[in-house]
Write a protein that binds this ligand. Structure first.
Ligand SMILES: [Zn+2]
Length: 54
């Protein structure tokens, strides 16, 4: 079972759902999709700072 989910919003790489395992990261808060490569390139501290501003 392989279901196409969408494209990475950083690099445009197609992301699929394989046997209910998504080979990327789906951010439901802002509706973006990232492959693991781009997701890991993002600085987690930036996300924490965003949360603290709210
Ligand atoms: Zn990517």
């Amino acid at each position: 079972m392989e279901e196409f989910v969408g494209f990475c919003s950083e690099c445009g790489k197609p992301i699929h759902c394989l046997n209910s395992f998504l080979n990327g990261v789906d951010n439901k808060e802002n509706g973006t999709l990232h492959c693991f490569t781009c997701y890991n390139n993002n600085d987690p501290k930036a996300i924490i700072n965003d949360e603290q501003q709210i």
